[in-house]
Design a protein around this ligand. Structure first.
Ligand SMILES: [Zn+2]
Length: 354
């Protein structure tokens, strides 16, 4: 009977949701500027008297609704323009930490792109002191632990890379653990950022550039060869090159996979067609992440749920993804062990129930 089937469906969804909520999670690929909620943007627009975005929550939600890549960039930079003082950065950092903690995220490495602010005349001190204050407030309020990935907007070229490396060396906020590269991949050769990455790595930062998202496997090779990539932001297009897949597998180089982002930005046609299951089958180290959650109408929790309901993974495979993210993180080994033990304690629902 359809009623019966519906009832089962409801109970099953609840079992999966309970499991995903209980699973201690790590988020390794989420952008601070891409995580500002429409509610906070409204507050910031009022505070600074800016009129670039709609002035009602409804209007802003509509503005956020994903249309295409050009619109995404418009929303992203509109958000950046509203971040102008230390308090603004503290606010959005604290809110992101609290939002992640509310989804059962215990640890997150959050990407921040200081060049997008310093080039508008925002002092680097305001950016770094603001995010650090917000981080500490979120940690104190929720118990989550946040760390930063300072990233270069690739479209501004090698100079932006060197300036970002200098900024991070000069200010060296305590929470920074890694150095990244984002923005469009087309027409932005990775090799030009080699010097900036060398400076950042000499300063003790890990290398986590985006590559193999909108462009093919060659950009991943470039990230490995020229930037010393320890993890790959996205990397889903590695599947185009079996030799690269073998290399990533052999060297246990994790991929930060962001399925909903890939669908929104037309990297893949749908969640059902997403290569996540294939990447896992290839024996690669795969982690699940949310990228720019409010702009893609997603959350890390939703990504975990979709992996089962839309991409056909089992709940046990979800627990493996959660473990992979812990191991791929830059958490100290002792903290990784503790979190892995906590994941082991979460009861995995039967596949039939999920
Ligand atoms: Zn990203």
């Amino acid at each position: 009977m359809p009623e019966h089937a519906d009832g089962d469906g409801l109970a099953a969804a609840t079992a999966l949701e309970r499991f995903v909520d209980a699973l201690p999670k790590v988020e390794l690929h989420v952008h601070l500027e891409g995580s500002v909620r429409p509610e906070s943007l409204l507050t910031l627009a009022a505070k600074h008297g800016l009129t670039r975005v709609p002035d009602t929550l409804e209007g802003l939600r509509e503005f956020y609704r994903f249309q295409d890549f050009a619109h995404f960039i418009e929303v992203y930079y509109a958000v950046c323009d509203h971040l102008t003082d230390e308090q603004d950065f503290a606010l959005v950092a604290r809110e992101l930490g609290e939002h992640l903690a509310g989804q059962g995220v215990r640890y997150a490495e959050v990407t921040i792109t200081p060049f997008n602010h310093t080039r508008r005349g925002v002092p680097a001190g305001a950016v770094f002191e603001g995010i650090e204050r917000g981080r500490l407030e979120a940690e104190a309020a929720t118990g989550i632990r946040l760390r930063w990935c300072v990233d270069v907007p690739g479209e501004f070229g090698a100079e932006a890379g060197l300036e970002t490396a200098d900024l991070v060396r000069e200010h060296r906020p305590e929470g920074v653990v890694s150095f990244g590269l984002g923005g469009p991949e087309a027409g932005v050769p990775r090799a030009q950022f080699a010097r900036a990455f060398a400076i950042a790595r000499d300063a003790g930062l890990h290398s986590v550039p985006h590559s193999g998202e909108t462009m093919g496997a060659a950009t991943i090779w470039d990230a490995l060869t020229h930037l010393g990539a320890e993890r790959i932001g996205h990397g889903v297009r590695c599947l185009e090159d079996p030799r690269l897949v073998a290399h990533l597998r052999e060297h246990r180089i994790p991929l930060e996979v962001c399925p909903t982002s890939n669908v929104c930005l037309s990297v893949v046609p749908s969640l059902a067609a997403h290569p996540l299951p294939r990447l896992i089958d290839e024996g690669l180290v795969v982690t699940l992440n949310s990228d720019d959650p409010p702009m893609f109408n997603t959350t890390l929790r939703a990504e975990y749920l979709h992996a089962v309901t839309r991409m056909g993974l089992s709940p046990a495979a979800l627990a493996q993804l959660a473990r992979a993210a812990v191991r791929a993180s830059f958490l100290p080994a002792r903290d990784q062990s503790r979190m892995l033990a906590d994941i082991d304690r979460v009861e995995v629902p039967d596949e039939a129930d999920s």
